[in-house]
Structures are given as C-alpha cells and as structure tokens.
Design a protein around this ligand. Structure first.
Ligand code: NAG
Ligand code: NAG
Length: 360
C-alpha cells in the first residue's frame, strides 16, 4: 500500500509544474537556449510565454586551463562589470513559474577546455559557489547575484578529457544542497547537449558516468544523423535516436532542433512535420523527454514552439482527459487494494477469529 501511494506521489512530484501543465495539455516539454542575442527579449519574458520547461543560459564560454571563467550573455548584460546580477529577479520569476533555469557551459566559441582532474574539481567548486547552492568561497560577487540556478548544462563542442571528472565533482557537490531539498531529493540537475553522431566525441566519457538527468541531443548541423528535409527522410535520425535512447537508460533524451531555417546550417524540421511525422517515431522511447530548441532568439522570430504546441494539442485532443483518467486509474487501484485488504481482515476477524494469527 505504501509503495502504491509512493508511486502515485512520485509520478506527481517528479514532474515540474510546467511538465505537468504540458502533459495535461498534450504539448511537449521544451528546453530552450537563451542569452546569445539581446533582441530575443528578457529572460522573464521568455519564461512568461509558458512555452518552455527548461531555459539554458548560454554560455559560460570561457573556463579551464588557467583561464578566469567568463559568463557571456551577449548584449543582455556584462558579467565582468556586474550588470548580469540584475537577472536574479527574472530567474526567480522563471523558477516560481516552474521553469528550470540552468547555466550552460561551453558553446560554439571554443574558449574553454579542462587540463587535469584538479582543473575539473576547481571548476565544479567555482560553479557551485557562484551559480548554485554554494556560499562563494572567495566572497567575490556572484555573476547572477543571489540567484540559485537549477543545474549545469554541458554544451561542450571541443573534445578534451576530464568532463567526466567535472560531472562527478558537481554531482557530489549537489548532495550538499544547503537549501531544503524539495520532495526529499536534490533539486540540482546535470544536462548535456551532445552532437547526434553516437557516441559524441566531446561528451562520451561524461555521459558514461550515468549522472545526467536530461540529454538534449543536437540533431542539426550533422547531416549523417539528422532529418533530411528533402525528400523528407527520417531514417538517419531514427537510427541515431535509437542509439541515444538505448545508450542513456538513466537519462531522459530530448530531440534537439533548430527553431528556424536560419538557426542552423541544416537539420530544420517544420513544426507540422515534426508533430505528424517525426515525434510519433521518437516518442515511443521510454526515456523520451521532449524537444530542445536552439534558440529563444530564432523561436521568437519564427513562433516555432507556438506552432508546435498547437499542433500537438490538436493531435492529442483528448489528452487533457487522458491524464485525468491515468491519475484516476492510479488512485482507484490503490483504493481497491486498501479496501480489499480491509475486507479480508474484516471477514477473518468476524468469521474465523481463530485464524487471525495465520492471516497476520
Ligand atoms: C539577433 O536577432 C535579430 C532579430 O531576430 C537578428 O536580426 C540579428 O541578426 C541577431 N543578431 C545576432 C548577433 O545573431
Ligand atoms: C587547453 O587549452 C590550452 C590553451 O588554449 C592549451 O594550451 C592546452 O593544450 C589545452 N589542453 C587540453 C587538454 O586540451
């Protein structure tokens, strides 16, 4: 009985508010990158659209091998002079709305690498102290003020060793969470954005630790494993998807896509084709998590995720009630169990009192 109650509770509580709302409406969980274009709107507006479950702040683009870490949010703010601290209010509003906000390290500019296990340990401590639950060993101002982010995203696009050490060091720091963990488990996440050729040249060792909660695979700028728009061929994507979902049983896997034709050199799939042709093929994986989009800037211009959520809601019209039926089914099963247990005890107690010791 306790197990069943636990299962019901865990189904409900393991989903963020946004996840639950998306599931109820038949839409997708969308993770989006924000930060590389000032005209994409503020972080608060981005979360306020209600379209996204995860926002990755892009990027901590400089770190490792003796470099001082630098947060680069393009023309949104200037971290070295302290102006990014004003994002703390937006981050709090995102989190209050159930949107997880992560710091993405790496990116396309390649001003980073790790030189040794101790370099990885130092970076983990820096991230913990400056963006997560740590106190700030040096007392230096935190780049995002008093914001406590929900985790770290690895967007590593240049092969180097020691990212597995970084993941293990972060996971170990996460267990120290000084803020009260919600629902009895740590609230900090590890996520990663590998390229779709499997295994990924930069992140294979890190992913092999099994420590990543969500992995948003980039199915773009990678013709050997992405959707081929002309002639509309999903077979390369399908076989890569099967490798990724089978290879990461402990993670949920997201389909990473460009939010418009301009957002990548190749790999764009329009929202209707995605909803009708591609998603039915990928959603069957037990660890399917949702969609990742590069990036908020392109999504704002193209309304890709607005169209996608609408297409999915049409496709899944009865799904709002499906969730209710699912939950009702769970609750009923549990009540039936409790009731039958009670009934047996009642019968035994009244008609076969001498047998009670056997039943118990
Ligand atoms: C930022 O977005 C605007 C509007 O979508 C676009 O015109 C501009 O080229 C983008 N800038 C960069 C640096 O990507
Ligand atoms: C890391 O980058 C530094 C500076 O660019 C370089 O000298 C070093 O060889 C790189 N180390 C690794 C392990 O890639």
């Amino acid at each position: 009985m306790y197990g069943k109650l636990c299962f019901l509770a865990s189904v409900l509580l393991s989903m963020s508010t946004v996840d639950l709302a998306m599931a109820a409406s038949g839409g997708a969980n969308i993770a989006v990158y924000w930060g590389q274009n000032g005209s994409e709107g503020t972080l608060g507006e981005t979360c306020g659209t209600g379209l996204y479950a995860y926002v990755n702040l892009a990027f901590l683009s400089t770190f490792g091998a003796g470099r001082a870490p630098v947060l680069n949010l393009a023309d949104h703010c200037d971290a070295p002079s302290g102006t990014c601290a004003s994002l703390a209010a937006d981050i709090a509003s995102c989190q209050a709305a159930g949107v997880k906000v992560l710091l993405s390290i790496g990116g396309g500019a390649l001003g980073y690498n790790l030189s040794s296990p101790s370099d990885a340990r130092d970076l983990a401590a820096y991230l913990w102290d400056n963006f997560l639950g740590g106190e700030g060993a040096t007392g230096a101002p935190r780049p995002l003020g008093d914001a406590v982010l929900d985790g770290v995203d690895f967007d590593i696009e240049s092969p180097s060793r020691f990212y597995d050490d970084l993941a293990r060091n972060l996971a170990s720091l996460y267990t120290r969470a000084p803020r009260p963990p919600r629902w009895g488990k740590t609230t900090y996440l590890l996520t990663a954005a590998p390229q779709c050729p499997y295994p990924d040249a930069s992140l294979a060792a890190a992913l092999a630790t099994g420590l990543f909660d969500h992995v948003w695979v980039q199915f773009y700028n990678n013709p050997p494993c992405q959707y081929a728009a002309a002639p509309g061929d999903a077979s390369a994507l399908r076989s890569a998807w099967q490798q990724w979902t089978a290879g990461l049983p402990a993670s949920t896997v997201f389909l990473g896509l460009p939010a418009s034709l301009e957002a990548a050199n190749s790999g764009f799939v329009d929202a209707d084709t995605l909803a009708s042709q591609v998603l039915p093929m990928v959603e069957g994986a037990a660890n399917y998590g949702g969609i990742m989009l590069w990036s908020r800037s392109y999504d704002k211009d193209s309304s890709f995720s607005v169209k996608l959520q609408a297409a999915l809601q049409n496709r899944n019209k009865p799904t709002g009630t499906t969730l209710l039926f699912f939950l009702r089914g769970r609750i009923c099963k549990w009540l039936t169990f409790v009731y039958s247990d009670f009934l047996i005890q009642y019968v035994v107690l009244h008609y076969y009192p001498g047998q009670l010791r056997f039943y118990n």
